[in-house]
Design a protein around this ligand. Structure first.
Ligand code: HXC
Length: 514
């Protein structure tokens, strides 16, 4: 039967492609603790949901021994599937096939699946494991990268884009992940750098290992290039699946609604924040005390820890949380924490995720280092991101709200929709000690006992200004709430903001500070 014969031929062809780079290369991959490209996709997607395309694509190179060389699927697997029933487009570079190197057809496969994702409005997941531009294909591989970067940019803010680094990702290749929304890395497996150790040694004479230069930990703790750290590929896939539950398919949808749940009883919201404004605490406990099931999914947990960002749910709906972390540097704002918060705020705004801000900070970090690192433009990113955001925005001032920090943390003056304050809140230009020393300097210096006078004046200042009622008397704070009332006020504010509309002057796009 011709059809039966043809089907057998199809099966044989498929079988050949599914061998990837062959048993030897696969064994090498496994010895490094890495899955193969297809194993990764199958581990990540819902069972039986993966549909692969372009299996039979062949490379088009003819030079440098490439003529007649067979490269299964040209070193990349592409397709679509679902995660918890939500559609995703996916590509995974296959390191067993010529090191997952990117040639013209390999890039065409990736851009094809990116085009599907953009057209069908579904999230895109890219699994990177590649030696970079296929050297034998010269400018054709560079062209391929350019086509990918272009699509990453066009897709930005339209569909969520997720990059997973599960092997080397070097040279200009790192710019695709950098253009995406979330970067996942795995300890001892992920490596990202623009120029590797060899080039650094020959140009600068500096010696460094790949891991020290651009390993998973480096990008989670030091550079801020990665958002999620995992100890194994399996753990990494669980993180991706969890992220998918919090975000919508595209920018015209909302994230899926879940069954509402109460926070866990172990998080007692009234017992977390100490009365003494100088005593630290973990602001993540405040978030856990208000969100459904106390389930807070933190992003960039290891970098710029003086600010905390992540997703949780209130009454079943996804919320983006931004919170100063008094446990680290007293929760001050600086270059990195401003960058971290600003990018997250823009993601939430692009994807219809309301933002709740918990505020407790003494202001911006002073110092020559910060000034020379450009804290002016970095800090401005946060002002810009909050001001630009049209999703519902709610602030709760937990304790300190001083100076520029008060304005930057989604204040009423940046058009926050609701601002609530706890009774402990101190809203002022600066802390009582500093303020009293300046405005009562003369009285303190001229007093018989300057120390006594200073204490008295600090108390006087605290009494008058270090409270939420001055701001509340001007309407800058909508109401002062007891900690236990916080969840109720947040849920109500979000419910009545569902149809929020903001009119803005028309423009091509703004020019945020970079
Ligand atoms: C062609 C490549 C390749 C590449 C790896 N291979 N990278 N072939 N072009 N870029 C091939 C190897 O020749 C080898 O083929 C197979 O893939 C597996 O590689 P190994 O070297 O055996 O693996 P490993 O020891 O694990 O080393 C991995 C590696 C190394 C560190 C990534 O392969 C490497 O240094 N590759 C070159 C990296 C590089 O310089 N790339 C160009 C970057 S510039 P066989 O046949 O032996 O199995 C760039 C510009 C992008 O990417 C610009 C975008 C704007």
């Amino acid at each position: 039967m011709p059809l039966k014969k043809k089907i057998l031929e199809l099966k044989k062809r498929k079988e050949e492609v599914l061998q990837g780079g062959g048993p030897k290369a696969i064994a090498k991959q496994q010895a490094m603790g890495k899955m193969t490209a297809r194993e990764r996709i199958l581990a990540l997607l819902d069972e039986s949901s993966f549909h692969e395309y372009d299996l039979f694509v062949e490379h088009s190179a003819r030079e440098f021994g490439m003529d007649g060389k067979v490269l299964a699927g040209d070193g990349v697997v592409i397709g679509t599937g679902t995660i918890f029933g939500s559609p995703v487009a996916i590509f995974a570079q296959d390191f067993t096939v010529m090191g997952g190197s990117l040639g013209l057809m390999h890039a065409r496969k990736i851009t094809k699946i990116m085009d599907y994702a953009i057209k069908m409005r579904m999230p895109l997941i890219g699994i990177n494991d590649s030696g970079g531009a296929r050297i034998q294909e010269g400018v054709n591989s560079l062209a391929g990268y350019g086509e990918i970067f272009y699509r990453n940019t066009i897709a930005s803010g339209v569909i969520p884009q997720i990059s997973v680094i599960l092997g080397p990702c070097a040279g200009g290749a790192v710019y695709s992940p950098a253009l995406t929304d979330f970067v996942f890395v795995v300890d001892n497996i992920s490596k990202m750098f623009i120029t590797g150790p060899e080039v650094i040694k020959s140009v600068l004479g500096e010696e460094i290992t790949q891991e020290e230069l651009g390993g998973a930990r480096v990008h989670c703790e030091t550079t801020g290039n990665a958002h999620f750290f995992a100890n194994s590929e399996a753990e990494c896939f669980e993180q991706i699946k969890k992220l998918i539950t919090f975000i919508p398919w595209n920018n015209s949808k909302k994230a899926l609604r879940f069954e509402p749940k109460h926070p866990k009883a172990q998080y007692k919201i009234g017992d977390i924040v100490p009365d003494n404004p100088n005593k630290p605490y973990d602001v993540r406990d405040v978030i856990r005390a208000v969100v459904d099931d106390s389930d807070f999914f933190e992003i960039q947990e290891m970098w710029a820890q003086n600010i905390v960002i992540g997703f949780g749910r209130l009454n079943g709906d996804t919320i983006g949380f931004v919170a100063n972390q008094p446990k680290v540097l007293a929760g001050v704002l600086d270059c990195d924490s401003s960058d971290k918060a600003a990018r997250f705020i823009r993601f939430c705004d692009a994807f219809n995720i309301p933002i709740v801000t918990f505020e407790d900070l003494p202001g911006y970090l002073p110092g020559v280092d910060q000034e020379h690192q450009g804290v002016i433009r970095h800090g401005a990113k946060m002002l810009y991101a909050y001001s630009e955001a049209t999703v519902p925005r709610i602030t709760v001032i937990l304790r300190k709200a001083y100076g520029g920090g008060y304005i930057a943390m989604n204040s009423r003056h940046l058009q926050a929709d609701f601002v609530f304050a706890w009774p402990l809140a101190e809203i002022a230009v600066m802390g009582p000690e500093g303020a009293a020393n300046i405005i009562f300097r003369k009285e303190i210096m001229e007093a018989e006992n300057p120390d006594e006078m200073r204490k008295a004046k600090v108390e006087e200042y605290k009494e008058k200004f270090a409270n939420p009622y001055v701001a509340a008397s001007r309407g800058y704070v909508d109401t002062v709430v007891e900690p236990e009332e916080t969840r109720k006020f947040l849920i109500h504010a979000l419910e009545i903001s569902l149809e929020k509309v903001v009119e803005r002057p028309s423009r091509k796009h703004g020019i945020p500070p970079f």
